[in-house]
Each structure stands twice: as C-alpha cells, then as structure tokens.
Design a protein around this ligand. Sequence first.
Ligand code: AMP
Length: 423
Amino acid sequence: MKVLVVGSGGREHAICYAFSRSPRLTKLYCANGNAGIASVAECVAIRPDDIQALADFASANAVNLTFVGGETSLALGIVDEFTARGLRVIGPTQAAAQLESSKAFAKDFMARHEIPTAKYAVAHSVDRAKLMLEGGDFGSESSPVVVKADGLAAGKGVVVAQNRSEAVAACDEMGSLVGETAAEKIVLEECLVGREVSLLAFVDGENFALMPPVRDHKRIGEGDIGPNTGGMGTITDSSLLSPLQTDEIVRTIIRPTLRGCVRDNIPFRGILFLGLMMTGDGPKVLEYNVRFGDPETQAIIVRLNTDLIDICEAMLSAKLNELNIDWQPGASACVVLASEGYPAKPRTGDKIIGLDKASSREKVVVFHAGTSFNSERSHVTAGGRVLCVTSARADLQTALNSAYAAVSDISWPGMQYRRDIGR
Ligand code: AMP
C-alpha cells in the first residue's frame, strides 16, 4: 500500500506515525510534511490547497490511499476531485464538509434534524447581526452571547461576549479578525454552561466507531488564561465521559447526525469530530469538525492498536461494523511546546536541544508540529506550535508524568508550555 497524507502539522505527523506502523505499508508520502514527518515519510512539496497538484501526484505515483489531515483541503473539494479521478481518499465530500466550513450550515442542519445545540440566529451581514443584538431580537442586555464567524477561521472566529455591548464590539471586529469572507455571515448563539469534551469517530456513511473521549486546553496560559491558541495540550481518559453519557451522545447526536447526512444527500465518510458541552440539559454540540483535531489526534493515535490502513479500508467499503478497533487501555497526554511569542508573533529558527533524549524515553512519542532543519541538519523551530510530547500509559497521572519528564529533556530559547495539562 502506497499512502499519501495531506498536511504538515503535529496531527499529520501522528497520522503518518500510525501508517508507518502498518505491516501493509510499502511507501508513505506526506504533502508537504515537516522535519519530524521526514523521519517516517517522504515529504513532497505540494501545499494542501493545491488540489489538482495533489491529485496529479497521487495518480503519477500510483498512490493507493490518501488521508486528508486538515479542513482547508476538504472545504476545497479534495475528496470530490480524487473520487472523480478514481483515487481512493479518506474524508468527507465538499458538500458534507460544510458541517465545518459553514457554521450557519451546521446550525441549520442541527435544527432540521433535532440535534441538541445552543439556540442561535444567523445574520447575513455584520450590520444585520448588530441590529439583531441592539434591537433585542437576540439575547438580552446583560446576558452572554457567543458571536461566531460563519466560515473557516483557524479557531479565531469565536468570541464569547459577556453582554450585549461586548457582542456588538465582537461583530465589528470579526472581519479584521478572520477576514471578510469568513465573516460574511455571523452566527449568534446562546452561551452554554458546562464541561467541554470532544468525541471523535471513524464514519463510513452508515456505521461509526468511536475513539477515546478527549479534552483540549485552548488558552496559552496556565489556569486557562490569556489568548486562545490552536491548542496547548490534550488528554484522553475514560473519566471524561461515563458510559451513560457516551450512550446519550450516540443516541441524541451521532446517530441523528449520520441519518441527517444521508437524508440531506450528503452521506458522511471520514472523521467526525464533535465539540460538545455537557450541560445540565444533557450533551449539546458546540461545533462539528470534519477531520481529526490538532492536538487531539496526537493523544488519540498513541492509543490506537489497530492498523490504520485496515480502518481506512473498512471506511471505504462501508464495513466499519465488521472491524473491531482496538485501543490501548488507560489514558494518554499530549503537551505542546510552543515558540516564544506564540500565539501573537512566534519567533522561528531557534535550535532545538534534547529531542533525541526525549524521543528515546519509553512510551513517549514526540510529534513535530512546526520544525525544519538548519544548514547543519539540526532541528530548528519553524512555527508557533513546535513539538507535541505525547505518552500513553495505564492511567492519566502516569501518562502526564511520562510526558512531562520528556518535556524536561527539551529546550530552546523562549520555549513555552503549560504545566497544568490534564488538571
Ligand atoms: P467552536 O469553534 O464553535 O467550537 O468554539 C470554540 C470555543 O468557544 C468552544 O470550544 C467553546 O469553549 C466556546 N463556545 C463556542 N460556542 C459556545 C456556546 N454556544 N456556549 C459557550 N461556549 C461556546
């Protein structure tokens, strides 16, 4: 099996790592990869948004299976293009990817199929959103309102405003925050209260297989303070969701979502990611993503025992129900190491010390998010999030200890990380 992975971050390193462990793999490519991915795959210099070039590459190199890491390629229709050319690819079609690429689409979908989520209103311009708020059509003077840009915004398009005037200000700033296209429509939402958790599933159109529940830490600072980031760490642990809660999510959210996709003629195949709020009224959907999360994937993949190629083939042949997917029992932790200045202005080019020592620790995998080589072939930082130090162990505390011990091996000037992941 010749496999191509599309993307270049820690998530794609984890996906490549999983494929690299398959006895069925003969060749692994990653477009465009990074210095860590280069240790398990041949990196190919094609950007994830260059769909035609990716399809040309897959055809020319007789790639048997392509796995799409991120939402950009999916929203651009990579799956439709590959499928039209007879190339096997894992991910939803462009139409189904709207569950992520348009928050208004996702909210209308949930309303249509009675899937529990926050009350909402869609405004077809920033001005209309402000009128709705100021005219009292949505929310009240003193209650919190969540303001969301409709389009893809790399995690920057959501503001939890504490009152109406903050919400109006958030509308005004949305365009400059995420770009005019993503903010063409605005979704206003009731603010939900509860514990957040994410649940991902492999989906083949009809059948699904759940992954271990996962929690991320979005803020840069310990104690959840400071600006939002792409994610500073994640854990998987059975304590995140009880079997009863999981059953409720399957019954009220996952099954209706897959059924809704079939009814709307956008059958979903790929990775379905539910961002959930566990409220007093039961689980509610905060967002759908239509691909693996980053850094959720890193913590999930280190527990996957089953061959990822087998899982992909079961997804392609709609036989996920016949495959038993095996997870390493226990828990896992992923600690993100970021460069100085992240998230506002990350500095790059710093030489990374201690990678080999950290990677040689038992039950530790160091995934690269943003690294490259300098002229002496040493690893240097090449992005905001640089490394994801990940460990799967018998319980959460041991996994955290093991990840943090490996973190202490690694350094570069200005390296920052949170010491409270999993707490
Ligand atoms: P999203 O990208 O839609 O998941 O939003 C990002 C983050 O904003 C979530 O992880 C929540 O912390 C928060 N959030 C989004 N929607 C809501 C909501 N309706 N109520 C409360 N918090 C929310």
